[in-house]
Structures are given as structure tokens and as C-alpha cells.
Design a protein around this ligand. Structure first.
Ligand code: ADP
Length: 619
């Protein structure tokens, strides 16, 4: 953009030079041609004016009246007659003066004989026109009249009688009349002598001034010639080559600016003068000024256009910069936020891990709590066989001393059976109590249900609660963490057992059914059911209606079921106790399909023919 601007300025300056020079050259050529034309007209006009008088003196040179007058200068009557004759001639030709000079240069007759300033008696022997005439030539001279002080052009001719020059006839032409026709013109018209003194001019103030300062010698010569009488010739102070044609001149005056002129000149040797036309260059300068103003206007508009586009460009640039800046800021912000987010994610992951760990801990704690509840009856379950083993061992000892080997063997067999049973309970407890990994594996669902029932069985026994299982021949694999599913079932069975505590008919029924791709385990009890208010809060952590309850069992069960893509819901059976249903996605459809038909949950009775009834009697 800056280069464009520089280029524009450069182009403007070059254009200024070209336009000024073109306007100058064309204006100058036009002015030269115009001035030349005017000079021709002026010169022709002067020439024709002079020609009007050129022949007059020649016509008078042998007039009898004139000759007679010169031959008899003392004859006053004759002189009077000549005077009148000359006046008549003067009036006829329209000259300024016509007069007759004797051979000595003294005027003897004149048209103005009656005037105060008559030429009669005046001696003009010093005038070149007289000297030329007496030497036999036709005289021509321009000068200020010594008597009248009027500028005139003098035409002279010798008066010849019998081959001798006896006098001179002079016709003087008034030059001021010529000037009148050229006044009011823009150009300065002038006639100068050989010393460049202006003799005729349409500019009155320039009259009888030299174009350039004259040397003292020249001034003295002019003074001596008395051409301009006593008039002191001042200089106009033109500078430039006056001799050139055309020439460029400068007039320095008291004004602050010098005036420039185009000078055209023409030497007229017959008249003895040079005609000149000085045309001011103002018109050219005005044309140049107009041209420059127009050019400047064009460039100003161009500059304006350029500025506008520069402004637009700058705005677009600013916008782009702002966009880049904003984009950069945004990027930085996104970076910062991403970093924050990453930190937050890491933090959250840590928290989630902690939560998971805590949940695991909680699950484990809750499981141990249930185990704690079951522990009394389990220890009872272990103590009974232990006591039986003791008595069987004592009996075996007695039978051995009596050498009753069959009885000893029977007792020992019983001891073995009981220890196996105890080992089974112990291993079940160990399995249940271990910390689960949380990993899911396909497990036969019925196995898990049996294990859970086995765990609560001692307490069921001590509370005299009957439990039945209706497996509906559904043998399926479920993708679960076995320990955790067992924990859920133990929770439900334990809650059911507590719910039926006050009931006259203490009964728990566990059943299975398949609904589409899910298997559902229902734990029904014959307890009082769940009140409407409690139903919505059952799965909330720490919700309990029991004095010693933790309120964690169901909420943890819910969590475990969700982790295994399953679910748990609670409802009341019509006119009966509560029902807790666990649903799990099926992993493997059993091969024996006799009982695999999907049965709606509601269609399963609490006690059916397939139900397994766990013995209530103590061992
Ligand atoms: P806790 O057993 O420690 O109270 P749970 O989360 O296991 O905690 O049970 C929450 C509550 O749900 C129990 O206090 C009880 O009011 C109710 N509840 C659970 N199971 C049954 C049920 N089978 N019948 C009636 N109410 C039940």
C-alpha cells in the first residue's frame, strides 16, 4: 500500500511536469502564432500609414510655388502665398505639418505660419531628414518635434531647380493617431529605434523609455541628436534576449512579481525602426495553473480512492488480526480448560476409584454385618455336630474297649460324616466372607441360590421359619460376581426372616422364572409387607425401620445388581407379605429345555409341587 502511495506521488509529480510542459509548449506555440499575426498586422498598418505620406514631398519638390518661394525668400507676398499653399496641401493629405526649408536649414514657409509656435524662422539643419534631403536623398526620420514637442514622422525631399538643390520640403506625420487604433489591446505594441527607445506604443507609460538601461555614451549620443528634444530617456528594465525572435522577456518593476512577456519583433529598415509586440504570458500561466489544478484534483480523487481502499484493507487486516488473536485466545482458553478438565477427570477418576474402593469396603462391611447376624445360629450349627462328635467319639472308645468293632466303626463313620458337614459349613462361610473382586463370571444361578439358603439355614431353623424353593427346572448361567449375588440373596432372605418374625405362619418362598432374555428370582415372605411410605425409600442408603438396622442392605443390593446389569424391585403381594424380585440377563440358555418355557412371574405360586422344603427340625 505504501509503495502504491509512493508510486502515486511519483506519478503525480511526473504528470505535473508533463502537463505543465505540454500546456506551456502548446500555449507558447499558440501565443507565438497569435503574436506573429498581430505583429504582421501592426507592421503592415504602420507601413501603409507611412506609405500614405511617402510620395508627398516628392510631389512638391518641383512645384513652381515652392521653387519661387525659395528663390525669393524676402518676398513676403510670395511667402504668404506659399504658406497658404502648404496649408492647403497639409489639410488635403491629413498631415501634421508641411513646411519648406531653405538650403541653410531655416524654415521659410509652413502650414502653421499663423500659429504661435510656427516653424517659420526655425532652423532644422541638425535634423537628419534635412541632411538627407540636401544630400539629394529622400529623407525619413522620426523624432519629437522641437517646437511642438509632438512625436512625428518626417518625410523630406530636396527641392531642385536647374539641377541644384535649393531647399527641402518636409511633411510631418502625427504618430499619436496610429497609437489610438491599438490601445485597449492585451498585447503591448511598440516601435523602437536602434537604441531600443520606445517611440510609439499603445502603453503610454512606456513611451520614450528604453527597453533596457542605456550606456552613458548612448544617452549622450541620443541627447546630441536632439531626436527626443530635452527628454531624458529612462529605462524600463526588461531582461532577456531582445534580439531573439521570439524572445522571452521579463519586466522587473517595483511590484513583487516580475511580468513575463513573449516578444515578437520585426525590423523595418525603410522606416528605420523595429516594430514589436509584447504579449504577457499570463494566459499560459493561467492555463498551466488550471491544468495543474485539474490534475491535482484528479490525483486528489485518486489519492482519496487509494486512502479509502487502504482504510478498507487496514480494517480487513485489523479484523483478521483480531480474529487470529481471538482464535489464539480461544485456543489458549480451550487448552487451559482442557487441562483443568483433565485434572478434574483425573481427580474424578481418583474419587471414583476411592468411591469404588469405599463401596467395596462398604459391601464387604455390610456382608460381614449380615454374617455377624447369622453368626450366632451358625456357631450353634457348628456346636451341635461338635457335641455329637464328642459323644460319638466317647461311645466309640467304649465300644472299642468292649471289642464291639461294628459299633465302633458306625460311630467313627458318623464322626466322619459330621466333620464333613462342618467343613462344608466352614468353607461356605469362608467363601461368603472373602472379599469379592467385582469381576463377573458365568455362574449357575441355582448354585448361588442354594449357597445363600445354606448360609441362612441355621438361623431359619432357630427362628422356625420355613423356606421353600421352586426352581421350575430352570438351570441357567448368569454373568455375575458369585459372592456379591450370594450377598444380595442372603440380605433378602435375612430381611424376609426378620419380616416374618411376628407372623403366625413363618414362611419364605424362593422361586425362579424366565421372562424373555432375563431370569427372575423372587423372594416372597409371609410377613406384614411394606408400607406405602417406606416402599419408595427402601433402596435409599441408611433407610431402616429396625432398631438395630443399618439401612444399608437393600441399597448395597441395588448397587450390586446394577453393577451386574441386573435390577432389584420390591412390591407387596395381594393379601400377603412382601416380594423382592431380582432380574439378571441370561448368559446361557440351558440345554434341557423342559422347564425353560417362559412363565410370567405372577403365575408362580408360593408353594408348588416342585418346591424344595428345607427341614426345620434341628440336627
Ligand atoms: P436393615 O435391614 O438394616 O433395616 P435393609 O436395607 O436391609 O436395612 O432394609 C431396609 C428396610 O426395608 C428395613 O428396615 C425394613 O423396614 C424394610 N424391609 C426389608 N425387607 C423387608 C421385608 N421382607 N418385609 C418388610 N419390610 C422389609
Amino acid at each position: 500500500m505504501l509503495t502504491t502511495r509512493k508510486f502515486l506521488i511519483g506519478f503525480y509529480l511526473i504528470s505535473l511536469i508533463i502537463v505543465s510542459s505540454w500546456v506551456w509548449r502548446s500555449g507558447y506555440a499558440k501565443l507565438v502564432s497569435q503574436s506573429n499575426q498581430q505583429l504582421d498586422i501592426f507592421a503592415t498598418h504602420l507601413q501603409s500609414q507611412l506609405q500614405r505620406f511617402d510620395a508627398i514631398p516628392k510631389l512638391l519638390f518641383d512645384q513652381k510655388q515652392v521653387v519661387a518661394s525659395l528663390q525669393d525668400p524676402d518676398n513676403s507676398q510670395l511667402q504668404q502665398k506659399t504658406n497658404r499653399y502648404l496649408k492647403h496641401v497639409n489639410n488635403t493629405i491629413g498631415a501634421s505639418d508641411t513646411y519648406l526649408i531653405d538650403i541653410n536649414g531655416t524654415t521659410i514657409a509652413a502650414n502653421n505660419w499663423r500659429d504661435k509656435q510656427t516653424f517659420i524662422g526655425k532652423n532644422f539643419a541638425f535634423r537628419p531628414y534635412f541632411q538627407q534631403a540636401v544630400s539629394g536623398q529622400q529623407g525619413r526620420y522620426f523624432a519629437l518635434g522641437t517646437t511642438s514637442g509632438q512625436r512625428g514622422y518626417y518625410f523630406s525631399s530636396p527641392v531642385i531647380n536647374a539641377g541644384n538643390i535649393i531647399g527641402v520640403v518636409v511633411v510631418k506625420m502625427d504618430l499619436s493617431k496610429i497609437e489610438k487604433e491599438w490601445t485597449g489591446k492585451q498585447a503591448h505594441f511598440m516601435v523602437t529605434d536602434d537604441d531600443n527607445v520606445i517611440f510609439i506604443s499603445n502603453t503610454q507609460s512606456w513611451l520614450l523609455h528604453s527597453l533596457t538601461p542605456l550606456s552613458a555614451e548612448k544617452l549622450q549620443r541620443i541627447d546630441r541628436s536632439r531626436r527626443y528634444g530635452n527628454k531624458t530617456i529612462a529605462a524600463l528594465n526588461f531582461t532577456g534576449q531582445l534580439e531573439d525572435n521570439p524572445a522571452l522577456l521579463q519586466l522587473t518593476t517595483s511590484k513583487p512579481f516580475a511580468t513575463n512577456y513573449l516578444s515578437m519583433s520585426k525590423h523595418m529598415p525603410t522606416a528605420g525602426w523595429t516594430v514589436r509586440v509584447f504579449t504577457p504570458l499570463t494566459t499560459i500561466f493561467i492555463d498551466i495553473a488550471i491544468g495543474l489544478v485539474l490534475l491535482s484534483l484528479v490525483f486528489w480523487l485518486l489519492n482519496l480512492r487509494l486512502k479509502l481502499s487502504m482504510h478498507k484493507h487496514q480494517r480487513a487486516k485489523d479484523k483478521e488480526q483480531l480474529r487470529i488473536k481471538t482464535k489464539y485466545k480461544l485456543k489458549q482458553e480451550v487448552k487451559r480448560r482442557t487441562a483443568d478438565l483433565n485434572n478434574e477427570i483425573i481427580e474424578r477418576q481418583k474419587m471414583e476409584q476411592t468411591l469404588r474402593d469405599t463401596q467395596k469396603e462398604l459391601i464387604q462391611t455390610a456382608k460381614l454385618a449380615v454374617l455377624g447376624q447369622l453368626s450366632a445360629s451358625i456357631s450353634h450349627e457348628l456346636n451341635n455336630p461338635l457335641a455329637a462328635i464328642r459323644s460319638y467319639a466317647d461311645n466309640a472308645l467304649v465300644f472299642l474297649q468292649r471289642e464291639q468293632y461294628q459299633s465302633t466303626d458306625d460311630n467313627l463313620q458318623r464322626i466322619i460324616h459330621l466333620t464333613e458337614r462342618m467343613a462344608k459349613i466352614s468353607s461356605q462361610l469362608k467363601f461368603f466372607a472373602r472379599k469379592s473382586s467385582g469381576e463377573l463370571h458365568p455362574v449357575p444361578l441355582l448354585n448361588v441360590i442354594h449357597m445363600a439358603i445354606e448360609l441362612v439355614k441355621p438361623q431359619l431353623k432357630s427362628n422356625q421359619v420355613a423356606i421353600t424353593l421352586d426352581d421350575a427346572n430352570i438351570e441357567v448361567l448368569v454373568n455375575v460376581d458369585q459372592v456379591q449375588l450370594e450377598q444380595v440373596l442372603v440380605n433378602l432372605l435375612s430381611n424376609a426372616m426378620q419380616a416374618v418374625e411376628e407372623s403366625s405362619n413363618k414362611h419364605i418362598h424362593v422361586s425362579l422364572c424366565r421372562v424373555q432374555q432375563q431370569v427372575i428370582v423372587q423372594v416372597d415372605d409371609s410377613g406384614p409387607g411394606i408400607s406405602k411410605d417406606n416402599l419408595s425409600q427402601l433402596f435409599d442408603p441408611f433407610f431402616t425401620t429396625k432398631e438395630t438396622g443399618l439401612g444399608l442392605g437393600l441399597s448395597i443390593s441395588h448397587k450390586i445388581m446394577r453393577n451386574m446389569q441386573g435390577n432389584i424391585i420390591a412390591e407387596n403381594r395381594p393379601n400377603a407379605g412382601a416380594r423382592f424380585s431380582l432380574s439378571l440377563p441370561l448368559t446361557m440358555v440351558p440345554t434341557a429345555t423342559t422347564s425353560a418355557t417362559t412363565i410370567p412371574a405372577t403365575a408362580i405360586p408360593v408353594t408348588t409341587t416342585q418346591a424344595t422344603i428345607y427341614p426345620q427340625a434341628p440336627v
